[in-house]
Write a protein that binds this ligand. Sequence first.
Ligand code: SAM
Length: 193
Amino acid sequence: MLSRGWRVTGCDISASMLALARGKAGEGAELSVADMRELPFFGGFDLVWALDDAVNYLLDADELAQALSGMRRNLAPTGLLLFDVNTLLAYRTFFAETELIERGGRRLLWQGQAAPDMPPGSICEAHLSVDDASEPLATHRQRHFPEAEALEALDGAGLQCLDVFGITYDGIPRRPLDEAVHTKAIYIARAAG
Ligand SMILES: C[S@@+](CC[C@H](N)C(=O)[O-])C[C@H]1O[C@@H](n2cnc3c(N)ncnc32)[C@H](O)[C@@H]1O
C-alpha cells in the first residue's frame, strides 16, 4: 500500500511483530502497539483491514463485537472495512494435522490439536515447535466464526456487510462462501446508514 502511494497506519498487539513490520515499511508507516479489542481512534480511514489471520485470535463473540466497533470508529464516512477469518475446512484440516516445515536449514513442526470433525464456533489450538525441542515455541489458539455469527457481529457494530467471499490456496476470491470448500472467508463492509 505504501508503494502505491497510500498513507498507512498499522497496529498489532505484539511489539515484536511491529518491529518486523518496521523493518519492511521503514519510516513510511505509522505503527503502534494496540489491542484490536480496544482500538484507539487513529483517524478516519478510507480502508481498514485485518487480513491473513488476525481476527481468529479473538476468542468469543463479545471480543469480535469490540474489535469491529473499534474498526468502525476508525472508518471515514465512505471508508471500507475488509477482514478475513478461517473457515471450518481450515480448522478441520490445517488445525487438525501435523506438518513438518523445512525452511532456511530449520525444521519446524506444526501440530494441529483440533478434531477433524470439530463443531462450528469451537476454539482450536496448534503447537509450533522446533523439530527437536520438547516444548512448543508457540501455541496458536483461534476460534472459528461461522458466517452467521460474523454477519450478526457486523450488524451489531453498526456495519453493513457489502459482500462475502471464500478463498482457497489459489487466493482467488469466489462467491458464495462455502465453509466446506474454502479455507478463508473474506468480509467487506462499510458503516451502516
Ligand atoms: C498470523 S499473524 C498475521 C500477521 C499479518 N497478517 C502478517 O501477514 O504479517 C496474526 C497477528 O495478529 C496479532 N494479534 C492477535 N491478537 C491481537 C489483538 N487482540 N489485537 C491486535 N493484534 C492481535 C498477532 O500479534 C499477530 O501479529
